[in-house]
Design a binder for this molecule. Structure first.
Ligand SMILES: [Zn+2]
Length: 596
């Protein structure tokens, strides 16, 4: 959109954009700086969120995806009926009953109101975003930062509320935090998308939660605008609209808005079931073939690309402007799927979906094995890997240079799993096709600084199309285990459908991974690994899913000798262990796809 001229006509245009947003999209940075601010006392912060369909442009985890308090993004995209009251779990009520009185005490005000909404903490757990407070309705709202919060000692629940932070784009350090899409630190990410823009005194707001797809332009527009960024994670969503609550605290007691419907979390269980497998025989060379796929993915075996180049796929960071991810996907498309698989699966769809991210070309490879069911009854089961690699921490610490790891485990083991799945399925397809589609997604940009950019792009596409599915099996690191351990883990999401997928994996593991021990992790467990994977992107919009991986949790992933280091090579993998896990997942997906 062109920059609007300043003048009376422009004022009306701007006012129009401000009130409803252009086509339900947030203001651009150019529109924002010429728009008319509003006093933050007269509005809710939620009203500043102009994004009508945020699920079509999913923010990175660091900018916080939306929390849905009624219909999920998927339900909204597929036209489910609205709910009458916002639903919030008892867990959040219990947390709020602790958090709000504690802050009231620190404020030393006997009666206080907070503007608040559910958001996610750094671990992906739901918590309260507490952005502002006032004494009562006739008082002015004041911003609330973390300075009043005393970390509780020895609390069994480590979840804490989230407060507002202020950044000044004129300060180089703050500018970097807002707009630098390839920051110096390996795990930093700009948080422009979580900013609410205000006057210097914080009393007038211009808008918030802008589209962060062009940070360079936004940085130029806002650097010297004189505006401040209040970092506030985006409001919750109820029936598709931004939603915040005003919670009152009177002498230590919380008065919750009557509209909230408190719900309890469903406890789900898996059982040991008798299971007769679909696949009773595997190719004798399954393991060496699997290993070879891993070694090509990790750059240990160079590859002749369709364009005649020989490449070892070692430059595999989505933030490296000259990365080889697209060439790797072209190689998979042509040399694997088109040459080896397509002739055996009539109707196989192979799409290299190109897109741009912060001016860098990116792509996902989307492969669809067609089932026999008609479209309206067909619910695909989807495998997800990520083909990009992490920046090597050990090399960076020594040289300050950002090169990617070979990524044999993270995540060559998963890419190779999908390639094996396509080979196994191709053999069976000739006899009989599955009922539901089985889709194989090779996804870019899971690692920093992309932060699941490929998964966010693909999930946005699926929601735009209102795509219903059976569920997702996300794989991330399948090949390591400590010597004394035989475990691998299954991380289902909280939905019933997610646990159905977990049950299918558990059943299949009894046959195909009998020498190993599957561990089912509860949703959001720090011992598990679902938060900050591509699986989480599917979960947060409402898709059923499981992330399946080696026995590594969010809480102990650092300090692993080869995790995100140059040493992530295939020689350190336990190939029989990974292969049995892969066979288990191939079986489970076939079962879920009705391939009997
Ligand atoms: Zn990974």
């Amino acid at each position: 959109m062109k920059c609007l001229p300043i003048g009376l006509t422009a004022y009306w245009l701007v006012a129009f954009f401000f009130s409803i947003g252009a086509e339900g999209k947030p203001l651009t940075s150019q529109e924002l700086v010429v728009s008319k601010p509003q006093s933050i006392t007269s509005i809710t912060l939620a009203s500043l969120d102009q994004n009508e369909k945020p699920w079509e442009n999913i923010p990175a985890f660091e900018e916080r995806p939306y929390v849905y308090l009624g219909p999920s993004a998927l339900e909204l995209a597929t036209g489910s009926a609205p709910k009458t009251r916002p639903e919030i779990t008892d867990r959040l009520k219990e947390m709020g009953d602790r958090f709000f009185p504690q802050i009231q005490q620190q404020l030393k005000i006997s009666e206080v109101e907070f503007e608040t909404w559910p958001t996610l903490d750094d671990w992906g757990l739901v918590t309260w975003n507490i952005s502002r407070y006032r004494k009562n309705e006739s008082d002015e709202w004041k911003w609330l930062d973390a300075s009043l919060w005393n970390k509780p000692d020895g609390d069994s629940d480590p979840t804490e509320p989230v407060f507002t932070k202020v950044l000044d784009p004129r300060l180089p350090e703050d500018f970097d935090k807002l707009f630098n899409n390839i920051p110096a630190g390996l795990y930093d990410r700009p948080i422009f998308g979580a900013a609410v823009w205000t006057t210097k005194d914080g009393k007038q707001a211009y808008g918030g939660w802008l589209d962060s797809s062009d940070l360079a332009t936004a940085g130029t527009d806002l650097k010297n605008s004189g505006l401040l960024a209040h970092i506030v994670f985006p409001p919750a969503r109820f029936n598709g609209k931004p939603k915040s609550f005003v919670v009152q605290v009177t002498s230590g007691a919380v008065i919750w808005p009557g509209e909230i419907s408190w719900t309890s979390e469903v406890k789900r269980r898996l059982s040991s079931q008798k299971y007769s497998p679909i696949f009773t025989k595997w190719p004798h060379d399954f393991e060496p073939r699997y290993l070879e796929h891993v070694q090509r993915a990790s750059g240990e075996i160079p590859v002749h690309t369709p364009s005649g180049k020989v490449i070892d796929f070692r430059k595999m960071g989505s933030g490296q402007p000259d990365h080889h991810i697209v060439e790797y996907l072209e190689y998979l498309k042509t040399e694997h799927y088109e040459k080896k698989i397509k002739s055996k699966i009539p109707g196989l769809s192979i799409e290299l979906d190109h897109f741009m991210w912060q001016k860098i070309p990116e792509a996902n490879l989307i492969v669809k094995i067609p089932g026999t069911l008609p479209r309206d009854k067909n619910r695909p089961i989807i495998f997800v890997d990520h083909v990009d690699k992490a920046i090597a921490e050990d090399h960076y610490a020594k040289t300050n240079e950002k090169i990617t790891t070979g990524g044999a485990d993270d995540n060559g083991t998963a890419t190779a799993a999908e390639l094996m799945a396509s080979e196994i399925y191709a053999e069976r397809y000739l006899e009989k096709p599955p009922a539901h589609d089985i889709w194989l997604f090779h996804i870019t940009g899971e690692e920093y600084p992309g932060s699941s950019l490929g998964a966010r792009h693909q999930v946005g596409r699926m929601l735009k199309q209102g795509q219903m599915i059976t569920g997702v099996i996300d794989m991330d690191m399948l090949g390591h285990h400590p010597e004394h351990s035989k475990r691998f883990q299954i991380n289902p999401g909280p939905t019933a459908g997610s646990w159905k997928i977990a049950q299918a994996i558990l059943n299949a593991s009894q046959i195909h991974a009998a020498r190993w021990t599957p561990i089912v992790r509860l949703p959001y467990s720090r011992k598990g690994y679902d938060t900050q994977t591509d699986g989480e992107v599917f979960r947060l919009v409402g898709y059923d899913h499981v992330t399946s991986n080696e026995d590594k949790g969010l809480n102990h992933r650092r300090g692993d000798k080869n995790y995100h280091e140059l040493g992530d090579e295939s020689s350190l993998l336990d190939i029989p262990y990974a292969s049995d896990h892969v066979k288990t997942l191939i079986e489970a997906a076939a079962e879920l796809a009705g391939w009997r």
